[in-house]
Ligand binder design. Structure first.
Ligand code: UD2
Ligand code: MN
Length: 442
């Protein structure tokens, strides 16, 4: 149990409408543990009308044992199995279609535990405005010992807004002064630019009006941003609700995710990100490509339907969104300098290239035969004259003679000179050649 915080105590003084909207809870899962799955269902004490859509199994206990066990609820809990592994994103859209009883859909990961009185605060804002999507305050359950504590990254009360860095990694930033100034009491729901993805409530019809998730998003990742941008830019709002608390077990270190099924091509998550920025980010998409140049060549499929949706619904620009709603993100995650070029760094008239050998945070780069496969030989040079791979920069080593790859703000070296050797040797990339650092050896 979480110790009661002063803000938690304040939550007891809110009054909620007696006629709350009804909900269906949708839990999608694939290869989840029995006890954590059961606790997710059993911890659900206070819903007036709920039904659950559960999907996609491989573990033995998720078959007959589960079918048998849910009889306990006399039809209130239902299991639906997909014919093939759909991944969590499409499974959630299918769940929305199957769960017809509740006015609101509440999504939970399959390893959650709701706290007392989580329901009323979560759905009450939706009765006031049906285009509001709400997210509970998510507590951290440790996967090793099941202890529970508030998440890091918030303000003095533990409140954070949902954000991203420019490579589209999920981030939490402390609640801004601007949002604080809007509220009368600390425990009021507040606006967030994005959600983490797994736990939220949305009016069923409104979710359908938004077109559910983009049907081209596959398996895992990016759907949290898609739905957040779609809600904000197309006239809705996204609120985080401090008085509704739900614990979530975070994946243990080393968890690689369930590998995508064969019918899905390579890099589904990165392709999802590309779809999302292509549809919603307008000119800001350059910042994403600056951070993830390797994603530029990915075939991300057809997005014309989504663009049409955006137009038909008069959805606002990403610039509007960044200025009005996500105004605080750039102070935590500054816009990256745009790339001047990217490719391999080849020794003059040689077939050898700089190769990070996968090293980071202070490792030394080496020379290897140029392989044109990108990866550890793929670098980019940007307008700030940083020479980067992923989020790391090349710089001088401690004795000034070797090239190190490390955090960009440490011991930064920006005197690279860039010469374009030739453009487009093949479809893969342009070649960079760098001189002007005569005392460096690799
Ligand atoms: C976060 C979200 C998660 C989802 C994801 C990005 C929270 C707390 N969690 O990662 O909900 O938005 O970011 O996509 O916000 N699952 C399937 N099929 C699959 C893979 C997963 O059904 O192919 C289920 C899985 O059993 C679980 C849920 O989807 O119930 C979320 O997956 P996760 O727990 O691995 O994601 P998480 O919490 O790391
Ligand atoms: Mn999860």
């Amino acid at each position: 149990m979480l110790p009661e915080s002063p803000t938690g105590l304040q939550c007891k003084y809110w009054h909620y409408d007696e006629n709350l909207l009804t909900s269906s809870v949708v839990i999608v899962f694939h290869n989840e543990g029995w006890s954590t799955l059961m606790r997710t269902v059993h911890s659900e004490p206070a819903i007036r009308a709920f039904r659950e859509a559960l999907f996609s199994c491989r573990f033995k206990h998720l078959k007959a044992k589960l079918d048998d066990y849910i009889k306990l609820w006399n039809g209130l809990v239902k299991v639906f199995r997909n014919e093939r592994r759909e991944g969590l994103i499409q499974a959630r859209s299918i769940g929305a279609q199957k769960a017809k009883l509740g006015q609101v859909l509440i999504y939970l990961d399959a390893h959650c535990e709701v706290a007392v009185n989580w329901y009323a605060p979560l759905v009450a804002p939706i009765s006031k405005d049906r285009t509001t999507c709400t997210v509970p305050l998510i507590d951290y359950i440790d996967g090793n010992d099941y202890s529970i504590e508030p998440q890091q990254g918030g303000d003095e009360d533990g409140f954070a807004r949902g954000a991203w860095d420019w490579s589209l990694l999920w981030k939490r930033i402390p609640l801004s002064h601007k949002e604080k100034a809007k509220r009368k009491h600390k425990t009021e729901p507040y606006r967030s630019p994005a959600m983490a993805g797994g736990l939220f409530a949305i009016e069923r019809e409104f979710f359908f009006e938004l077109g559910l998730y983009d049907p081209g998003l596959q398996i895992w990742g990016g759907e949290n941003f898609e739905i957040s941008y779609k809600i904000w830019q197309c006239g809705g709002k996204l609120l985080f609700v401090p008085c509704s608390r739900v614990g979530h077990i975070y994946r243990l270190e080393g968890w690689q995710g369930n590998p995508p099924p064969l019918y899905v091509g390579s890099s589904p998550t990165l392709k999802n990100y590309v779809r999302v920025v292509e549809v919603w980010w307008d000119e800001y998409k350059d910042y994403f490509y600056a951070s993830r140049p390797e994603s530029k060549a990915l075939p991300y499929g057809d997005i014309s339907e989504l663009k049409k949706f955006r137009e038909d619904h008069n959805c606002k620009s990403f610039k509007w969104f960044m200025e009005e709603i996500a105004y605080d993100i750039t102070s935590h995650y500054p816009l990256p300098p745009k790339n001047v070029d990217w490719g391999e760094i080849r020794g003059f008239e040689t077939v050898y290239c700089i190769d990070s050998m996968g090293k980071t945070n202070g490792g030394f780069v080496e020379l290897g035969p140029c392989h044109r496969m990108g990866g550890n030989q793929l670098f980019r040079i940007n307008e700030a004259n940083q020479l980067m791979q992923y989020d790391q920069c090349l710089t001088k080593g401690p004795d000034g003679s070797k090239i190190m790859i490390t955090h960009c703000n440490l011991n930064e070296f920006k005197e690279w000179q860039y010469f374009k050797l030739s453009s487009f040797i093949d479809n893969y990339c342009e070649v960079l050649m760098l001189v002007g650092v005569p005392d460096f050896h690799i």
